[in-house]
Design a protein around this ligand. Structure first.
Ligand code: NAP
Length: 259
């Protein structure tokens, strides 16, 4: 896919944070962006950004934790735009807690938002992409899915699941022009769920910028990438990748280093 002009993108979690930056990058490519998040008021500024930047925005308020109802969302999308060329599973929430203190409903809500909704949207859209012989699915995962994060174990598990599920589906899609990829940002300080002006992210955990993530999404779509780790510092990115690779060989040593 060399151009996004005129392509239709379904973007989840579109009302703020990274979603806003990804929407802006897609609009600059003159894509039509179907924006999904829960509240119409949240979608309004995103749609204004998209329309002002040269794209076309279609807001659809929807709670994606209603996984069983996602087929009705897709019916609605198909009725408006015909088909979806690109799905961006940007949805993600985190709940920080010691593992034993999570409630079952907290575990379920993180898994529904971060993993089940992505799987179900893909399951619903993939047959049409395969029939047309063209499509892209980009999942916004996290470095927390590559190395476990203390007091965020459910989030880490959901993102690791997202990465490995996408890896498996990609094997099924080999040889087609339908691709599924993952983008793994590190901590982002300017916007989004980890924003905190008082606390800096741990250096080795990897820092990303929202623009870096949005650019990575465009690269993943155009370049049919498998996985992009986003880090604003090339040296830290190299060290992070080395640490992740070493973790496969010497997990105990890397645990000590990471802590
Ligand atoms: N920020 C980071 O440091 C960071 C690092 C690595 C990876 N990531 C990943 O990047 C993605 C975006 O994160 P972010 O930081 O931009 O998040 P964010 O700022 O917390 O934004 C969350 C977005 O999700 C929407 N949302 C939440 N629950 C929803 C639901 N049930 N149904 C529909 N929409 C829902 C929210 O809109 P409404 O409230 O209007 O519904 C909002 O648009 C996530 O997958 C996250 O895991 C983030």
């Amino acid at each position: 896919m060399t151009t996004l002009t005129g392509k239709t993108v379904l973007l989840t979690d579109a009302s703020r944070g990274l979603g806003l930056h990804i929407a802006h990058a897609l609009a600059k490519e003159q894509a039509t962006v179907v924006c999904v998040s829960r509240f119409p008021s949240g979608l309004e500024p995103t749609c204004q950004t998209i329309n002002a930047a040269g794209g076309r925005a279609i807001p659809i308020p929807f709670d994606i934790t209603n996984v069983a109802q996602l087929s009705s969302l897709i019916q609605q999308v198909h009725a408006i735009v015909g088909h979806v060329d690109i799905l961006i599973n940007n949805a993600g929430i985190e709940i920080n807690s010691a593992f034993a203190d999570y409630s079952l409903s907290e575990i379920q809500s993180v898994f529904k938002t971060n993993l089940l909704a992505a799987m179900e949207l893909t399951r619903l859209l993939l047959p049409n992409m395969m029939e047309r012989g063209s499509g892209r699915i980009v999942n916004i995962a996290s470095l927390a899915g590559k190395k476990g994060v203390a007091f965020n174990s459910i989030y880490s598990a959901s993102k690791a699941g997202l990465i490995m599920w996408a890896d498996a589906v990609r094997q099924e899609l080999a040889g087609r022009d339908v691709n599924i990829s993952v983008v793994c940002p590190g901590y982002i300080s300017e916007t989004g769920m980890t924003i905190d002006p008082c606390v800096s992210a741990p250096k080795l955990a990897g820092m990303s910028t929202p623009k870096g993530v949005a650019n990575a999404v465009i690269r993943a779509i155009k370049g049919k990438h498998t996985q992009i780790i986003v880090n604003h510092n090339p040296l830290m990115e190299g060290l992070m990748k080395l640490m992740l690779a070493m973790g496969q060989i010497a997990p105990t040593a890397v645990d000590t280093l990471y802590r």
